[in-house]
Ligand binder design. Structure first.
Ligand SMILES: *[C@@H]1O[C@H](CO)[C@@H](O)[C@H](O)[C@H]1NC(C)=O
Length: 498
């Protein structure tokens, strides 16, 4: 309660006490309006850590913001949320630990951000957005343990080496290094995933999907993009200063000639790509464990970070994204295998329909999963044909590519929203599939794909044949389906060529 009411101005009081709002509070107070996020689906407890670090400064695009006169696309720091498997024992469902509030703090930043996104600059009305968010989101917490120790993989080996600490003192530096190398080999290394969010999304919006992938033994970094696509984010500097980055629209820029929509998309996608590159660099830095990573996020601990030394498999970094982020992930695949972008594969959830043309130049494994809604509603895609057909052709040309649709799901089905406010989501998107089942299917298929990258074995839906080549563009009776592991139905459009 205290939160939303702490900065009251007379204007806000008028808004807050308006009769209709009181009525809705009354209605909402009678029904449980939000549901808690369910536990992650994998076998490990999940550690969560917000990390922000300084990066090599660079201007990705020269556009200037009218409001501040500052450069809109200057990369200064990288902000990510890490989800990783932890060595802590899995808590019982009743004493489930929670990492932090689901809504980024302060809520007013996000509320104002969404209001600005909706084109509202009138302050009291912006406060209504904050209030609405607070009403729907403030009781939701992200399960997990902040700053938990990273999964050690082989606790027994560690116990057996309990005397090694004492022994280490009398060993030379070289021998100690050798011991450490041996230790990391014994412990095994963990594959990594970089995740990039959709338009108007936030890195927190996918906590169940990403935390669940982490609970199967993957280190996941969800990027908080500062490209002006989200509602709002704060850049923190080493000297304690900060800068707010709001959602950006074409009319917010001062450029001659004026920016076009495609220019903006290109600038944002390039900015996102730079952030993906920096995330992979951060993985390498954590793995080296030499220079300590300075965490600029206020109040964010960093006890766990030294434990990442020698524990990441940098040959197994996969990039994943949703919507705008899926377009970005596919773009990043163009440079897969280069020094800057040493990624081994990509996962694209609902690749954008208006996020710019899709990269066609891919020669690493890729998995495209679309929601039923995304597949059913077809649009012309940048003069290249129907979106579905464009995606199908791209994936068909990739040696190891999968393209499939989860029937009965909608565009936001992979986000946390349908878990937190199932009734709103059902009303707005008309999904027929249980949101928990939809998420399990997405998680499961993603993990099967990540396992495939390690073992070469195709399991679950990945083992299926093509069931519906032409999808919504073909004849209805040729659209066959295959059952997923949780009973949902998938339409498989493309599988790897033998
Ligand atoms: C790291 O990942 C690569 C690629 O998936 C795999 O071939 C290799 O065995 C992994 N290394 C370790 C130490 O797990």
């Amino acid at each position: 309660m205290v939160f939303g009411l702490s900065h009251l101005t007379p204007r806000r009081i008028i808004i807050f006490t308006s009769a209709s709002l009181l009525f809705w509070i009354f209605v909402f107070s009678l029904t449980p309006i939000t549901s808690p996020l369910p536990p992650y689906t994998g076998p490990h407890e999940v550690g969560i850590l917000d990390v922000e670090t300084e990066v090599q400064k660079r201007v990705v695009h020269g556009a200037i913001l009218k409001e501040t006169g500052e450069k809109a696309f200057e990369l200064e720091t990288l902000a990510i949320t890490l989800y990783y498997p932890s060595s802590l024992p899995l808590a019982s469902p009743r004493s489930r630990p929670w990492a932090r509030p689901w809504l980024p703090q302060p809520i007013s930043l996000i509320g104002t951000g969404y209001a600005r996104l909706a084109g509202i600059s009138f302050k009291p009305l912006q406060s209504v957005f904050t209030f609405g968010l607070w009403l729907l989101g403030s009781s939701t917490v992200i399960p997990g343990v902040v700053d938990a120790p990273l999964l050690t993989g082989a606790e027994k080996i560690l116990e057996g080496g309990a005397g090694a600490g004492g022994l280490g003192k009398i060993l030379g530096a070289a021998e100690q290094e050798h011991m450490e190398l041996k230790r990391s080999k014994e412990l095994g290394t963990l594959p990594c995933v970089v995740f990039t969010h959709g338009m108007a999304g936030m890195s927190q919006s996918y906590s169940h999907y990403l935390g669940s992938i982490a609970s199967y033994g993957y280190v996941v970094a969800a990027v908080e993009h500062r490209d002006g696509s989200g509602p709002g984010t704060i850049v923190h500097y080493l000297d304690g200063k900060e800068k707010k980055v709001w959602h950006m629209k074409l009319r917010d820029f001062e450029t001659t000639p004026p920016m076009t929509d495609l220019d903006l998309k290109e600038a944002q996608l390039n900015f996102r790509e730079a952030e993906i590159v920096e995330t992979i660099k951060l993985f390498a830095q954590l793995n080296e464990g030499e220079a300590p990573v300075v965490n600029l996020k206020p109040d964010s601990p960093r006890e766990a970070l030294p434990g990442f030394k020698g524990r990441l498999n940098l040959s197994a970094v996969t990039v994943a994204g949703h919507s705008y982020g899926a377009t970005g992930a596919m773009q990043a695949l163009k440079f897969a295998g280069t020094k800057e972008m040493p990624i081994n594969a990509g996962i694209a959830l609902d690749p954008g329909k208006g996020s710019g043309p899709l990269n066609k130049d891919i020669d690493v494994p890729v998995l495209v999963m679309q929601s039923g809604e995304w597949t059913e509603k077809q649009v012309e895609f940048y003069g290249q044909g129907k979106h579905f057909d464009v995606v199908r052709k791209i994936i068909d040309s990739v040696k190891e590519g999968w393209f499939m649709t989860l029937t009965g799901s909608a565009h936001p089905s992979c986000t946390d929203a349908p878990l937190i406010v199932p009734w709103i989501m059902k009303m707005v998107t008309g999904t027929t599939l249980d949101p928990k089942v939809a998420l399990r299917e997405y998680i499961d298929t993603s993990v099967r794909f990540l396992e495939y990258l390690q073992t070469g074995e195709k399991k679950g839906v990945l083992a299926s044949e093509v069931t519906s080549k032409a999808g919504p563009l073909g004849e209805a009776e040729k659209r066959k389906k295959v059952k997923g592991e949780y009973g949902a139905e998938w339409e498989v459009h493309v599988v790897p060529r033998e």
